[in-house]
Design a protein around this ligand. Structure first.
Ligand code: SAH
Length: 254
């Protein structure tokens, strides 16, 4: 018997655990029933390797980031919910997902935009992209176009414009050509380096406390939402958070 087999006796069945996590998220960030349904359809453990292992399933049901190998992480569920809310994806829209990773955020967004919409996702690490491509095939996710490449180097891409752009890697400031890819009315959310935040109250955002653990010198990033209007852009600062860094250059070898 494996060391973790006994955990099954505590009802760590993935769906039970996941529903409990969704129930525990602050009501103000889980207002949308549609988003709740989508998260129930695509629980995080489906995007984590070895999720048949009881401990991994347990970890996937926790509100914290989790390793997906290659020094990268699948995001904390609360953060994915916050970003999805800020992005306001709608049926039929075109989405650009920067930093595909495990594919969890892309799966949630494709469910929201539906078959009339489209998700294009870019990832710089070939091994991650290929593992996620296989996962999408197994899960029957066919509406996500995968591109191996460096998102800091897509200025001349033939991909057109997007209603939604999301980035799961933190940076000082994203390249200007990302926002130029937004269609009018489009929304982009990027974790940018947070300013010099020392006051503990800044660990609170949207009325919800964020864990100060590991943030003794202040949080690393802040979600910045850019909205494109006919006559320009508006930038808004939202939640404090921590992300893996946006890195230049693609890694082709497996
Ligand atoms: N959305 C993912 C989060 C993955 S973490 C999920 O749901 O699992 C962020 C990802 O961004 C990593 O996989 C990392 O390799 C990728 N990344 C970092 N810099 C990049 C760049 N310049 N271009 C494309 N992907 C990048």
């Amino acid at each position: 018997m494996s060391e973790t087999a006994g955990l099954d006796a505590f009802d760590v069945g993935p769906s039970g655990l996941w529903s409990e996590l969704l129930n525990s998220l602050p009501k103000r960030i889980m207002r949308s029933t549609r988003l709740r349904q989508i998260l129930e359809k695509w629980p995080r453990h489906l995007f984590v390797d070895q999720s048949n292992d009881a401990l991994m399933r347990l970890a996937a049901g926790m509100d914290s980031p989790l390793s997906i190998g290659h020094g990268q992480t699948i995001s904390q569920p609360q953060l994915v919910v916050r970003m999805t809310r800020l992005l306001r994806p709608k049926q039929g829209e075109r989405v650009l997902d920067i930093g595909l990773g495990s594919g969890w955020q892309a799966a949630i967004l494709q469910e929201r935009v539906g078959v009339r919409g489209k998700v294009v996702a870019i990832e710089r690490i070939a091994a991650l992209l290929h593992a996620t491509k296989k996962r999408f095939e197994e899960l029957g996710l066919h509406n996500i176009e995968l591109i191996l490449g460096d998102a800091t180097n897509i200025a001349h891409w033939p991909e057109g414009q997007f209603h939604v752009i999301t980035c799961a890697a933190g940076c000082d400031r994203e390249p200007d050509f990302w926002r130029e890819r937004l269609a009018e009315g489009g929304r982009m959310v990027v974790p940018r380096k947070a300013g010099d935040v020392k006051d503990e109250t800044y660990y609170q955002s949207d009325g919800v406390a964020f864990p100060a653990e590991g943030w003794e010198d202040g949080p690393m990033h802040q979600l910045v939402r850019t909205i494109r209007f006919a006559d320009g852009y508006r930038e808004e600062e939202h939640d404090y958070c921590g992300f893996v860094p946006l890195v230049s250059g693609a890694i082709q070898k497996e």
